[in-house]
Design a binder for this molecule. Structure first.
Ligand code: NCD
Length: 304
């Protein structure tokens, strides 16, 4: 068995484990280029019940770069769970007989935890409803550390849909383990859950909430933008009331510190103007690269 077994929630990890994963991701940089055979003979199953580009393909790319093999499905409709009503439990009890690790993305909160309860092989949460996306948080931390040299001491602004965005939930919980100041910028209807803010404050994180993106820029070392999660709104009219209101435009960049970085888990809709892509602040495509080495590290720690 590997150093890690399941990876379901950021809250299951300690700061030491997170730092160990980030160190291991750094060690993976040369292997990502050279390729390796350390997971030769191992099989990863990707069960994606929701759309994905980066998460699924970077997990696959990570596994292939380590010499392992991949199988799975990229939408619920082609599986028996989507097409025939098979339960998640039966799907897991089947797939664990085909693979050494299961990577799952599912629209329901708690889905990855349920999958792990039924699986005898390790399970990795690649996004569970609006709740959590722990591997994204790890690659976000890795990006911050690589680009800023450290995490402690920074001021980090989380912006956009802090209510339904699972990436910011996992990232905020991870940052409770670091010495950071946080600015939470969201339209009133999309603020971060009070329970997460309470956790952050309990951990000593200094939290400030603002309603306008402009107020999240001046002091920030890292501006983490997110997409308004249209698919999670119970009523489309509520989405229409907030869409397009939280956007970062070229002229806003003048408010930033000279060395501030802009991250985004992607995909973006209209919250990051394409005009800023060539600005030295814009780091979201470099962040994509961090996804491969971070997931190589996670797979190696689970299967290696
Ligand atoms: C995110 C997700 O699926 O939560 N995407 C990703 O994994 N990079 C963010 C989003 O969809 O907005």
């Amino acid at each position: 068995m590997g150093v890690l077994h399941n990876l379901i929630s950021i809250q299951d990890l300690t700061r030491d484990t997170i730092d160990m994963i980030l160190d291991h991701a750094r060690d993976m940089e040369p292997l990502a280029v050279k390729r390796s055979k350390v997971l030769d003979g191992k099989i990863m199953a990707c069960l994606f019940f929701e759309p994905s580009t980066r998460t699924r393909l970077s997990f696959e790319s990570a596994m292939l770069r380590l010499g392992g093999s991949v199988l799975g499905f990229a939408e619920a409709g082609v599986s028996s769970a989507g097409g025939k009503g098979e339960t998640l439990a039966d799907t897991i009890r089947t797939v664990e007989r085909y693979a050494d690790v299961i990577v799952i993305r599912h629209p329901l909160d708690g889905s990855a935890r349920v999958a792990a309860e039924f699986a005898t092989c390790p399970v990795v949460n690649a996004g569970s409803g609006a709740e959590e996306h722990p591997t994204q948080a790890l690659l976000d931390l890795y990006s911050i550390r690589r680009m800023k040299g450290c995490i402690d001491g920074l001021t980090i602004s989380l912006c956009g849909d802090l209510k339904f965005g699972r990436t910011v939930h996992s990232l905020a919980m991870a940052l409770t383990m670091y010495d950071v100041d946080m600015i939470l910028a969201a339209p009133k209807q999309l603020r971060m859950k009070p329970s997460i803010i309470a956790e952050m404050e309990k951990a000593g994180v200094r939290v400030r909430q603002v309603n306008h993106i402009e107020d999240a820029l001046q002091d920030a070392d890292v501006v983490y933008m997110t997409r308004i999660q249209k698919e999670r709104f119970p009523d489309i009219r509520e989405y229409n009331a907030v869409r397009g209101h939280f956007r970062l435009r070229r002229e806003d960049l003048e408010l930033l510190k000279k060395d501030a970085i802009i991250l985004h888990p992607l995909p973006r809709v209209d919250e990051l103007d394409p005009d800023i892509d060539d600005s030295p602040h814009a780091k979201y495509f470099e962040q994509v690269e961090a996804g491969v080495v971070t997931r190589m590290a996670i797979l190696d720690l689970i299967l290696g």
